[in-house]
Design a protein around this ligand. Structure first.
Ligand code: GLU
Length: 471
């Protein structure tokens, strides 16, 4: 619950923006131009369902067009409103700038409870919403490219792409009008897991920086770190799965809508994910202890807290009680501006949303490039790489007169396919951006957090882009 003194999500983003701008050599005019949302289109449309016409309200907000197309997901949720969509669009601008995805920022949302409608009804609603946006070029491969967000996924993206194709029958680049599509509809391998994978790469990179680890009051690596995850949706699930299965971290609690499930020895995330899909919540899962007080578990003792669901879950009411040494914002805006101040003062390290969840848009960028180039990554070079690796090992074995181990050969021979290339590109993006944030944070005493460092970096890049345009 947020208090009445809490700013709105949009105001919260602006407060963080203002804090960074105050430390930068940037004119007030340019700062203001970057800050404002260029446009927000509201659509109210009717769809005949269950014998009557139902009216839905949707938005597509374009925050900054310093680069085009603009990019950002479409959310289906009852929380959707203009303030939220504009805050999310602004975050997309900063996020894309930070990780050098060549897009401006945008976001869309439909005010709907997706669980209240059958799949064929959701399809009708999605297609109608898409129609309204497409006819105004608010979905377009060269102008505005949506993606999944809360309440939407591959299925909705496939309907949107199909709707675009029906309305633009001769556009050879139609597939690039939206990302996050299913693989057989122009998607890319690794997009579904991308945001969670990005969170994993972000944490791995954090633990490569001993000074940052020490500042957080931690030591060592991810192995054995106790993690609480709030929200086991697509992002939270993949992050928790990879961190526990591949890095040896222990997921001690998962908070969901109906409460939280706790197991100090570590939850089995695969089993829990399946249980939630089948039962709609965590209550009754036999791999841990259930408590109804989900919000209370945010305040439990842990090394790392991963808020991976909604904005504003860490706010003025609970910030002072958070015990995690490190918070990584897998969701957009989970820590309000006021909570951010409290946590900073208490020495809690926060890896900010605009960086932490940028894995999604990074792989969206790869998907968009794949769609425009009309060829799968790795298709041309994989076998060529494989045969030159064979040549090298044959020659090495001949020279040393000893065989190389079979295990090494199997790994080494394999040329990189699309998944390996996507993961490599994503890892490089996450590592590079973290290093830049780290250097900026450590370069000046008045840059007091990774978030402020991220804003300074992102805003510098956007401002440079405006300057080059002569604005
Ligand atoms: N909705 C995701 C985000 O908030 C992905 C956006 C995209 O891929 O365009 O970053």
């Amino acid at each position: 619950m947020q208090t009445r003194n809490e700013p709105t999500f949009r105001e919260s983003v602006n407060l963080m923006f203002d804090k960074a701008v105050g430390l930068m050599d940037i004119s007030e005019g340019v700062a203001n131009k970057i800050k404002v949302c260029n446009s927000t289109y509201t659509v109210r449309f009717g769809v005949k369902l269950r014998g009557d016409v139902h009216t839905f309200t949707g938005y597509r907000s374009v925050h900054s067009e310093h680069k085009e197309p603009v990019k950002g997901g479409i959310r289906f949720a009852t929380s959707v409103n203009q303030d939220e969509v504009e805050a999310l669009a602004a975050l997309m601008t900063y996020k894309c700038a930070l990780v050098e995805a060549p897009f401006g920022g945008s976001k869309g949302g439909l005010h709907i409870d997706p669980t209240a409608w059958e799949p064929d009804e959701i399809e009708k609603i999605t297609r109608r919403f898409a129609y309204e946006l497409i006819k105004r070029d608010l979905i377009n491969p060269s102008q505005n490219v949506p993606a999944p967000d809360m309440g939407t996924g591959e299925r909705e993206m496939a309907w949107i792409a199909d709707q675009y194709r029906r309305m633009n029958t001769t556009d050879i680049n139609a597939d690039a009008c939206v990302t996050g599509k299913p693989l057989n509809k122009g998607g890319i391998v690794g997009r579904v897991e991308a945001t969670g994978r990005g969170v994993q790469y972000a944490l791995q990179e954090f633990f490569r920086h001993a000074d940052d680890v020490a500042t957080a009051g931690l030591s060592g690596t991810l192995k054995g770190k106790r993690i609480i995850v709030q929200g086991l949706g697509n992002v939270g699930y993949h992050a928790a799965k990879f961190l526990s299965e591949e890095d040896g971290a222990i997921i001690t609690a998962v908070i969901e809508r109906d409460g939280a499930i706790i197991n100090e020895d570590g939850l089995n995330i695969d089993a829990l994910g399946t249980y939630i899909r089948e039962n709609g919540g965590v209550n009754g899962f036999n791999g841990g202890t259930f408590t109804e007080s989900g919000a209370g578990v945010l305040e439990n003792d842990c090394d790392i807290l991963i808020p991976a669901a909604m904005e504003g879950v860490i706010n003025l009411t609970n910030a002072a009680y958070i015990k995690a040494n490190l918070i990584i914002e897998a969701a957009n805006g989970p820590v309000t501006a006021g909570a951010d101040e409290i946590l900073n003062a208490a020495g809690t390290i926060i890896i900010p949303d605009m960086y932490a969840n940028a894995g999604g848009v990074t792989v969206s960028y790869f998907e968009w490039v794949k769609n425009l180039s009309h060829i799968r990554f790795g298709r041309m070079q994989r076998r060529q790489q494989e045969s030159s690796n064979h040549l090298l090992i044959d020659e090495l074995e001949r020279l040393v007169g000893k065989p190389v181990s079979e295990d090494f050969k199997t790994k080494f021979f394999q040329g990189a396919g699309e998944l390996e290339l996507v993961r490599s590109g994503l890892e490089d993006t996450m590592r590079t951006a973290y290093q830049q944030m780290h250097d900026t944070w450590r370069s000046r005493d008045d840059i007091d957090s990774l978030r402020t460092a991220a804003y300074v970096l992102a805003l510098t890049k956007v401002a440079e882009s405006y300057r080059a345009l002569g604005i």
